[in-house]
Design a protein around this ligand. Structure first.
Ligand code: ADP
Ligand code: MG
Length: 276
């Protein structure tokens, strides 16, 4: 759960989110603006804490850690990439120097040469960020985030500022990084990104409405038994009341009508014993 306290009141940005982002997999988090994507990703990356609930990264429960230990985890286990390429980079460092700095901060012995090769940046080792295209900048951001083999890479709308060719090239790189065993989580509006993701989580009003994996879309039922209808289904229920029928292990949810079959509800619940 994530609550923000603001001058105008409480914002319940995440409610009862229960999700797993597997290693070696690209997962996409999608949902309308304000649905909680960025909040969830900042919590996953250890940049913010949940108001309640817990978060584990690579088997380590990070929700109760001190700020110092959390910073250590963030360095070793998690990489975070911002939407705007320039936010991820330092203007006066070359490509090679970015990777050297990342390796030093993470205390690993890696020149990043192999990553640069994989990311198609080997020829630009001595370039400064301003001379790189947006796509190259974003690939560099992922290269420095991926140094030291983190278990999780989180990126908030990484393709939003790229054209579709550069976006496509970046996504190929992300699939390759997942192939090394890294869990890659993208918040995105980009259909191209959703297409490469092996799993997609649909957020709505701060809750997980549905998830797809292996092209099956599953609605999510929260701990209280609530299920979120997609907008096209919700439109059928103008007065927000539904008749539920349990038929041979299938639940049918329909708008109330005078002809509706007997419902699962108070009228079929056990009656109180008649008074004597
Ligand atoms: P998304 O990334 O899907 O657009 P966010 O996680 O950014 O969603 O926001 C979810 C909700 O939380 C929104 O109502 C937003 O206004 C609110 N929110 C996000 N960050 C803050 C913050 N730092 N302070 C107050 N409210 C915030
Ligand atoms: Mg956002």
């Amino acid at each position: 759960m994530k609550i923000y306290w603001t001058a105008t009141g409480e914002v319940h940005a995440l409610k009862g989110v229960d999700a797993v982002f597997p290693a070696g997999t690209v997962s996409a988090i999608v949902g309308p603006s304000g649905s909680g994507k960025s909040s969830l990703m900042r919590i996953l990356a250890g940049l913010d804490r949940p108001t309640a609930g817990s978060v584990s990264v690579g088997g380590v429960d990070i929700s109760g850690l001190s700020t110092g230990r959390l910073r250590g985890i963030r360095r070793r286990l998690v990489g975070y990439v911002y939407q705007r390429p320039s936010d991820n980079l330092v203007a006066h460092l070359t490509v090679r120097e970015h990777l050297q700095l990342a390796a030093r901060l993470k205390d690993v012995d890696d020149t990043g040469d192999e990553l640069l090769d994989d990311l198609g940046l080997s020829a630009r080792k001595d370039a400064l960020p301003t001379t790189l295209s947006g796509g190259e900048q974003q690939r560099l951001a992922f290269a420095q985030a991926a140094i030291g083999e983190p278990v999780l890479l989180v990126a908030d709308e990484p393709t939003a500022e790229l054209d579709s060719a550069n976006g496509g090239a970046l996504l190929e790189v992300l699939v390759a990084l997942a192939g090394r065993g890294i869990g890659v989580v993208l918040g995105t509006h980009d259909p191209q990104a959703v297409a490469v993701a092996a799993r997609t989580l649909f957020l709505r009003h701060g809750a997980v409405q549905a998830e797809t994996a292996e092209s099956r879309r599953l609605s999510v039922i929260d701990a209280a038994g609530r299920i979120c209808l997609p907008p096209e289904a919700l439109a059928l229920f103008t007065d927000r009341r539904a008749v539920l029928q349990l038929v041979d292990g299938t639940v049918v949810i329909s708008p109330p009508s005078p002809q509706a079959a007997p419902a699962i509800g108070p009228e079929t619940w056990p009656q109180a014993a008649p008074e004597t």
